[in-house]
Design a protein around this ligand. Structure first.
Ligand SMILES: NC(=O)c1ccc[n+]([C@@H]2O[C@H](COP(=O)([O-])OP(=O)(O)OC[C@H]3O[C@@H](n4cnc5c(N)ncnc54)[C@H](O)[C@@H]3O)[C@@H](O)[C@H]2O)c1
Length: 343
């Protein structure tokens, strides 16, 4: 593999702009040689705005014509499986946006096909790469608060996400797949793998198809218990969108990430307080900058892993464990009983 990786991007919609900026920031290592969207106007506009040499209206044609070191799929989930399988058939490593797919079986199929083809596969699960959350992970890994015993992770907003992503209003499985995947992934990373899940969902906003609130209780294998909740129907002032807020308790102390991303860590009776505000990059803007910066961190991780032939943290295989929590949460919300995630 040459030192500069040749990349293609599929899906030039709302969120792809962040991917395109991040690839440009990573241009010492990555050369974006082609973009594709079945809406040719969007493909052409993205190529022009980001000085990408070629654009396509058909992903199969792009894969035939280009010699790529990897492909970045930024379409919505119904197309993920066919596009991942297309990349695998060309033996091209692939990074694909979350949610991985509409069904558990689709997720399994993508992981199996890529494993059998020897093709690296990563899900663009970016919340765990947000700078403030990377710092929380460092504090936990350093043992500052000791073994974790309890946690609460929440993401509650009334921000009009339907303006930029109108398709969300028609998703029958909505917030657990859209945001639940992120916060459940964080619960795994920060508190450990999960044994049991109990969940209740609510549909608060009229005129949307799916649930827009979910409250989930998790029992972790290490004995810790956590409450993970997400909402798109919270009227709050100030609205913390799109910050993840959390508190975690351990045997030696606790940590609290509060609105404005202030981190308060208590360890053996001593407390430190720091601001973890995400700095603005030339192409990021408030309030999305928290999310936008994590796109760059996520893509940097993918490139580092690809170059080192290392499995990414959020490989397809890893993301099955997060997706299994979403499935268990839906099962529990239907049965009103605790559910065990698939393993
Ligand atoms: N991680 C985050 O914070 C975050 C935030 C927003 C969106 N997302 C994810 O990003 C993905 C894209 O979301 P979006 O809001 O940009 O969607 P979008 O609908 O605005 O854009 C998707 C684009 O993909 C194109 N497309 C679809 N199928 C295609 C195919 N087979 N071949 C070529 N082009 C195709 C569409 O024409 C469209 O332009 C979703 O999975 C969403 O969940 C993630």
């Amino acid at each position: 593999m040459s030192s500069r990786l040749r990349a293609g991007l599929i899906g030039c919609g709302f969120y792809a702009r962040n991917h395109l900026h991040a690839w440009r920031d990573l241009s010492d290592d990555v050369e974006l040689v082609a973009v594709c969207d079945r809406d040719e106007q969007k493909a052409g506009a993205a190529a022009e705005a980001f000085s990408v040499p070629r654009w396509y209206g058909d992903a199969a044609r792009m894969m035939e014509a280009e010699a790529l070191d990897f492909v970045d799929i930024v379409t919505t989930m119904p197309s993920h499986k066919s596009l991942v399988l297309l990349a695998a058939s060309h033996k091209v490593p692939v990074i694909v946006q979350k949610p991985f797919a509409p069904t558990w079986q689709d997720c399994l199929d993508m992981v199996d096909v890529c494993r059998n083809a020897g093709v690296p596969l990563m899900v663009h699960e970016n919340f765990r790469f947000q700078s403030p959350l990377l710092e929380v992970r460092r504090v936990l890994e350093a043992g500052t608060i000791g073994d974790v015993t309890w946690g609460r992770i929440n993401w509650r907003t009334g921000y009009d996400i339907y303006a930029g992503q109108p398709y969300l209003a028609t998703e029958e499985r909505f917030i657990l797949l859209d945001i639940g995947v992120h916060v459940l992934d964080l619960a795994r990373v920060l508190l450990g793998e999960v044994e049991r899940v109990f969940c209740e969902t609510q549909s608060v906003k009229p005129s949307i198809a799916g649930e827009d609130m979910a409250t989930i209780m998790l029992k972790h294998h290490n004995g810790a218990v956590s409450v993970v909740d997400c909402s798109y129907a919270t009227k709050r002032d100030p609205d913390p969108f799109p910050e993840v807020l959390l508190e975690i308790e351990g045997r030696r102390g606790s940590l609290l990430l509060s609105p404005g991303l202030e981190l308060r860590v208590t360890s053996e009776g001593a407390t430190t307080v720091r601001s973890l505000r995400t700095p603005l990059l030339p192409w990021t803007s408030e309030p999305w900058h928290v999310s936008q910066e994590s796109v760059l961190n996520t893509q940097r991780h993918w490139v580092e892993c690809l170059k080192a032939a290392r499995e990414p943290e959020t490989s397809g295989r890893d993301n099955l464990k997060t997706y299994a929590l979403v499935e268990a949460a839906y099962e529990s919300a239907t049965s009103h009983q605790a559910a065990r995630p698939n393993s």
